[in-house]
Design a protein around this ligand. Sequence first.
Ligand SMILES: Nc1ncnc2c1ncn2[C@@H]1O[C@H](COP(=O)(O)OP(=O)(O)OP(=O)(O)O)[C@@H](O)[C@H]1O
Ligand SMILES: [Mg+2]
Length: 344
Amino acid sequence: MSSLTLRNLKKRFGRVDVIRGVTLDVADGEFVVFVGPSGCGKSTLLRMISGLEDVTDGELRIGNRVVNEVQPAKRGVAMVFQSYALYPHLNVRDNMGFGLKVRKVPAAERQQRVSEAAALLKLDALLDRFPRELSGGQRQRVAIGRAIVGHPDVFLFDEPLSNLDAELRVHMRSEIAALHKRLGNTMIYVTHDQVEAMTLADKIVVLRDGRIEQVGSPRELYEQPDNIFVAQFIGSPKMNILPAGSAAGFGAQPAGAVSVGVRPEHLSLVAPEKGQIGGKVVISEYTGASSLLHIRLDSGETCLVVVDGDAPEADMKVGLLAGTDNLHHFDTDGMALRKSRLLM
Ligand SMILES: Nc1ncnc2c1ncn2[C@@H]1O[C@H](COP(=O)(O)OP(=O)(O)OP(=O)(O)O)[C@@H](O)[C@H]1O
Ligand SMILES: [Mg+2]
């Protein structure tokens, strides 16, 4: 088991700065999720931790050991990729044991470790099959098994479920959560999936352009985003950001508020004359359990609202209500004006 410490970590490819100074502490046994837009450096950061990419600058520690110069096999980390790349000509048993064989682990111990991992991942009955004879979810489990048999201190997952269909993703997501509970290892997990991030993470790291925007528990990021970027990145559909003037009807605003954020699920619809602000339905998207409404506000902005049950149709006039607890205020730089500060 191991903690992880990143100190002002940087990565440059030629003249391009890809990781621009990342400082992060990961506790022993913690489940940390990296999220951020495509190209922000999530995979690069994982590859630096695993040793597949070297570190341009800064310090990387696994446990108490600085590992900047330590070769990948000696770091005690295992990585699971999106494209799980199993060996097609090897059966499940040999795919899982391959890395151990390369490392000259004796046959009896190899056997033992593969059996343990297979039991954990419910692959016992599939050990003699070849990858082509497995479903996507089973292949993904073999890829995870290959990581487990090495008994790593730290697991790194780079979008491991993104090739699976929706139902299988949900299933594998709960399996990964259960695996973390059983093994208790430190895990770092990259995903584009909001629900995976929110449900799996002890701690979410939001990255943008090679830098950390905010680190916090799923609830902290959802309830107290530090800035507009995080506010709109966490949560789906994303938070509405309105100019303070247009949102004045929602209530008092702190000094310095330039924009106001409110999540689509935190707005409710009422009759036009009862709303704090008014608007008209432009599009009404029925999604089953709820509907997503695009509302053109009287001030001209567009605002998204999620409603359960019956939704008004396009062209209907509506009123909007927001509870003051659900409003986020941002200054001219897009930084949050915190509630605690507002009370003073
Ligand atoms: N070997 C390389 N040489 C030059 N640039 C690279 C190299 N590898 C990655 N990059 C660049 O570094 C940036 C970060 O890439 P990275 O793969 O880490 O992004 P990511 O956050 O994982 O994105 P995605 O969500 O699309 O997987 C990108 O702009 C990418 O083009
Ligand atoms: Mg990536």
